[in-house]
Design a protein around this ligand. Structure first.
Ligand SMILES: Cc1cc2nc3c(=O)[nH]c(=O)nc-3n(C[C@H](O)[C@H](O)[C@H](O)COP(=O)(O)OP(=O)(O)OC[C@H]3O[C@@H](n4cnc5c(N)ncnc54)[C@H](O)[C@@H]3O)c2cc1C
Length: 304
């Protein structure tokens, strides 16, 4: 119930306008983002790198009102790629198709994504947004993967369709980041029970790791903070005889930090996603929805 309320709040424009003005809300976001600027994010990536942890950066913001804004986002990411290279960081970018103009047409987002891929030899990751965007996002991924090659895609285990989507993508040797999924989706489209979402995550992980074992070149990225998913992934890899450097884990900045360090210390690939930008409200509400106990942290900022 609380999760649904928070996810509803994440899409409410009035709340998005009002709540970020409160200082206690601003302070509470510090737990999930090192700061609002690109410099804040890249400084954190440099710090993580010193501890053997690679990183992904993402500029917060979703649906846009004009294509000029999409051009601004693309230019911002091009500058970010230059900064990453200048500082020799092991950092990649992850972008939302709607930020690149998807609401104005598939070609708008595809063209801007292709420009980003052209500007780097590293992977450019595509975030997966709400279920209404999945078909278009898969189309964009397929065509940019065929043309440019250096693109990775996020898939969500809560969607009933994802097993079929993954099967259809495997011939492309894709780099896939598997997550459980963060949006409010109807039961007809997404599993309502957490146990089914978890089971689906394990099955999809098995498919990805098996493809890797059978010679696939795409690196499976298991993006979860769930210790049971981490343990299941390692168990499957062990049973397949897949070395720990053939897949990686990914977590969000500020969540399960000790686990991030432990996995890196033990020789697993660990990539932390660092978000930044001023349009953090919907994203922050989704983080609260994932763990409503985080509301206590917000409450503490209010009284403290
Ligand atoms: C690198 C990365 C990229 C992502 N990209 C996308 C994307 O493109 N599209 C998309 O829909 N979703 C994305 N997500 C979010 C994802 O879908 C989940 O909502 C999120 O990761 C929580 O699921 P979980 O697997 O950690 O498991 P859960 O079962 O939700 O959580 C397991 C445990 O992890 C800890 N935990 C999880 N979330 C939080 C939190 N917010 N605060 C504090 N503790 C927490 C808690 O201890 C919890 O008990 C991404 C997540 C990561 C890590």
């Amino acid at each position: 119930m609380l999760r649904h309320t928070l996810l509803w709040a994440s899409t409410n424009p009035l709340l998005a306008q009002k709540l970020p003005r409160y200082r206690f809300v601003q302070k509470a976001t510090k737990r999930f983002m090192p700061g609002e600027t690109r410099d804040d994010a890249l400084a954190e990536c440099a710090r993580l790198g010193k501890g053997g942890i690679t990183s992904t950066v993402t500029l917060l913001g979703e649906n846009l009102t004009s294509l000029d804004e999409a051009d601004g986002v693309a230019e911002h990411y091009l500058a970010t790629l230059r900064e990453i290279e200048a500082h020799g960081l092991e950092t990649v970018i992850s972008v939302k198709p709607t930020q690149l103009g998807l609401d104005f047409g598939v070609d708008e987002a595809r063209t801007r994504l292709a420009r980003l891929c052209d500007a780097t030899s590293s992977l450019v990751w595509i975030d997966m947004e709400g279920s209404g965007y999945v078909d278009a996002t898969l189309d964009i991924f397929r065509s940019v993967k065929e043309e440019q090659g250096n693109v990775g895609l996020c898939l969500q285990s809560y969607l009933r369709r994802t097993a079929d989507d993954l099967e259809s993508l495997l011939p492309l040797d894709p780099d896939i980041r598997m997550v459980k999924g963060a949006y409010n989706e109807p039961h007809a489209i997404a599993f309502p029970e957490k146990s089914d979402v978890d089971r689906s995550f394990v099955t999809l992980t098995q498919t990805l790791l098996r493809a890797r074992k059978n010679g696939g070149t795409g690196t499976p990225v298991l993006a979860t903070h769930d210790p049971r998913m981490v343990a299941e992934t390692n168990r499957i890899a062990y049973e397949l005889g897949l070395d720990r450097d053939r897949y990686e884990f990914s977590m969000l900045f500020g969540i399960e930090r000790e686990e991030q360090r432990r996995l890196a210390r033990e020789g697993y690939g660990m990539r932390v996603l660092v978000s930044y930008g001023s349009a953090w409200f919907p994203w922050y509400m989704r983080r609260l929805a994932e763990r409503p106990a985080n509301l206590w942290f917000v409450a503490k900022q209010l009284v403290g």
